[in-house]
Every structure is written in C-alpha cells, then in structure tokens.
Design a protein around this ligand. Sequence first.
Ligand SMILES: *[C@@H]1O[C@H](CO)[C@@H](O)[C@H](O)[C@H]1NC(C)=O
Length: 120
Amino acid sequence: MAAFAERMAPVVLLWLAVSLSGTWAVDKGNFKTCDQSAFCKRQRALKPGESPYRALLETMELTSTRLTLQLINDNNKVRLLLELYRLQGNITRVKINELKPLKPRYEVPDVLIREPPTEP
Ligand SMILES: *[C@@H]1O[C@H](CO)[C@@H](O)[C@H](O)[C@H]1NC(C)=O
C-alpha cells in the first residue's frame, strides 16, 4: 500500500499543479480595483463610528410590505432613499439610491426573473 502511495505521489502533485495553475490564471486586468471606483474608495475610507450618514426619521413611511426613509450625508447634504422590503421566507430586501439623482441609477432589468414576492 505504501509503495502504491509513493508511486502515485508525483501524479497527485502534477494534478494539483495543473488544477491550481488554472485557478491562478485569471487576468486581474479584466476587473476594476477599488482605487478605480470612486464609490468604493469613499466607502473604504469611512472610519468605524464616523459615518456622515444620518437617518431622517421624520421621513419614514411604512406600508404592510415596505418601509422607506431618507438618509442624509451631513458632509454634502445629499439625500438617499432607503427602502426595506419584507419578502417571503424571512428575507429582507434593502435598496439605497440617491433620492434625486442627476442621472437615475441603471437597474439591470434581467437580474431578477420578477420582483421578489413580498410578505403580506
Ligand atoms: C421565519 O422565522 C420564523 C421565526 O424565527 C420561523 O419560525 C419560520 O420558520 C421562518 N420561516 C422561514 C420560511 O424560514
């Protein structure tokens, strides 16, 4: 049995080398780094406990399936709209968008088969 394992060891090593080199052959140039995304850079620069965002509780609206409220960035006074949806199966959907965007964020249409069913 030990002899078999000794004979197979080089084969296993070769197989591992081939499999792992395939995994490492991803071209990182195809992907944006955080430094190339202003949004990512801003969020990573935030220090814990120093968020400029504040919830404006007086803007809160509640229906049976959706809660909305506005967030404000105290540094630039830009307002965001936070939407929380109560979905079936104990799932909560969180969406945050600019309240009044200069250009509305593009929402890819085919990511979801349909709007997720909400819990009544
Ligand atoms: C949702 O959560 C409640 C309380 O924890 C649990 O009793 C129930 O089984 C959960 N439902 C699903 C679909 O996971």
